[in-house]
Design a protein around this ligand. Structure first.
Ligand code: GTR
Length: 449
């Protein structure tokens, strides 16, 4: 997308109020045309020359000398910049949130685990948005550490267990067993290859997962549904019907991340799991989400980003594969409106994604790429890990235990430090190989020595 069109989109988004159909038609018409024309760059020699912002230099030019200055000055500065310019500001924890246990089966999966299904109500009654959390807890060694991650097509796709409740809320077409935007029984277990439940349980971890569309359905509806419908007013203040939404109001990624924090609120009340040892994990758009969740909620003990790409672990300034202009055009609801200012103008961004990784420090973070996932820019993902490392070191942890700005060898995970990384053979996906590394990394950091 060229600069003029992207500027037009930004201006449209700023000037036009949410005026229903006209607005949606305009944006999608421009978006579809330009998306088709987009040519990703996969040539390293054409990556634009760029200078990354230094996470250890404050906006006023002062170097961050010690852990205290990071904690009290630079970290809050970066968090604000990402909130205001990239993901948007989210509300706090809802006062009226409450939980209902819908299912508690101590002998699930042939006795390997307890299956618990919990509804997280976000408002006082039961009519408002609610998140259905599926938890498998191994029947040994409690309280156990947990992997918490959102899924794309409903909890019932994670495992073939027929007792998992079928999610019948709106879903993107294209997933197995989804008919007219609703899931069916045919979808059961269809995403099981991405969730090796038995392996996770046998290694002594609980798995907690929820459907991301319970929090916010993944399409551009002008922020009228999902949690935006109820909680927007807390971030935007009261708005006249024709007033534009503020440029720093939360997009869908921020909403999904906020939803992960609400799931963690529940886990903190469950005696069988240890909420101080929760790893938040996500793939692709949900990998962007897990990074932002880890940055915004320091209760997450460990963060995993699988093939998260643009707006996740990949450096924006490299503009390799998917770019800010492209992602904002095709997915206008993912980020805050202010992020449009950087379409084709990455150099103007006051941050880059290595600083998102740094916001997780000193807590361990693992970033994973796949060789055939050039769209997500594996080198850009690696370089985020590499350039976040000085912050980890300042905070007294090993950071990335690899002193090279070149990609690490394929299928040779770097996992002995507080930043983990691997580049795996294969495509954009979550595989057993990925999980084996995440489990080893969690063992290293979350198991009492
Ligand atoms: C792609 C998008 C990526 C990634 C992916 C996914 O279409 O361009 O940023 O998020 O979707 O989430 O599956």
């Amino acid at each position: 997308m060229d600069r003029v069109v992207s500027l037009k989109i930004s201006l449209l988004r700023k000037c036009l109020p949410q005026c229903g159909l006209l607005w949606i038609v305009l944006i999608s018409a421009v978006g579809v045309v330009r998306a088709d024309e987009f040519e990703p760059n996969y040539d390293e020699s054409k990556v634009p020359a760029h200078v990354l912002p230094d996470p250890l230099i404050r906006l006023d030019g002062t170097p961050v000398a010690d852990a205290e200055a990071w904690r009290t000055l630079r970290r809050p500065e970066l968090l604000t910049l990402f909130s205001e310019q990239v993901y948007g500001k989210a509300p706090g924890k809802p006062d009226q949130q409450h939980f209902e246990i819908l299912d508690d089966e101590p002998q699930a999966l042939e006795g390997l685990a307890t299956r618990r299904q919990v509804r997280v109500y976000l408002t006082a009654g039961t009519e408002g948005p609610a998140i259905d959390l599926l938890i498998y807890i191994p029947n040994m060694g409690r309280p156990v550490p947990v992997f918490l991650g959102l899924n794309f097509y409903g909890n019932h796709t994670v495992a073939p267990d027929p007792n998992i409740r079928l999610n019948t809320r709106w879903m993107r077409n294209g997933g197995a067993g989804v008919v007219d935007n609703r899931s069916t029984d045919a979808a059961r277990g269809s995403n099981a290859s991405r969730w090796p439940v038995e392996m996770i349980l046998q290694r002594g971890y609980a798995l907690a997962t929820a459907y991301y569309g319970d929090i916010d359905p993944d399409y551009d509806d002008g922020f009228k549904n999902g949690v935006h419908a109820v909680f927007d007013v807390q971030v935007t203040g009261p708005l006249a019907a024709d007033a534009p939404r503020p440029g720093d109001a939360w997009g869908s990624i921020a909403a999904w991340a906020w939803g992960l924090s609400r799931c963690l609120d529940y886990l903190a009340t469950d005696q069988d799991v240890d909420a101080t040892r929760v790893s938040v994990i996500g793939h692709s758009r949900l990998g962007k989400t897990s990074l932002w969740a880890g940055a915004t909620d320091e209760r997450f003990a460990l963060v995993i980003s699988n093939n998260s790409g643009c707006g996740g672990a990949a450096l924006s300034r490299r503009a390799y594969g998917e770019t800010i202009g492209r992602i904002n055009t095709v997915f206008p609801h993912w980020f805050c409106d202010n992020f449009n200012q950087y379409n084709n103008d990455e150099a103007a961004l006051p941050v880059d994604q290595h600083e998102l990784v740094a916001l997780i420090a000193p807590r361990p973070v693992y970033i994973a790429s796949a060789v055939d996932d050039r769209w997500a820019d594996p080198l850009g993902e690696y370089l985020s890990a590499f350039h976040a490392s000085p912050v980890y070191k300042l905070l007294g942890t090993p950071g990335l235990p690899r002193d090279s700005a070149e990609l690490s060898p394929v299928d040779e995970p770097v996992k002995s430090g507080s930043i983990g990384y691997h580049l795996r053979t294969g495509k954009h996906d979550v595989t057993d190989f990925d999980w084996q590394q995440y489990l080893d990394f969690a063992d290293l950091h979350l198991r009492p020595k």
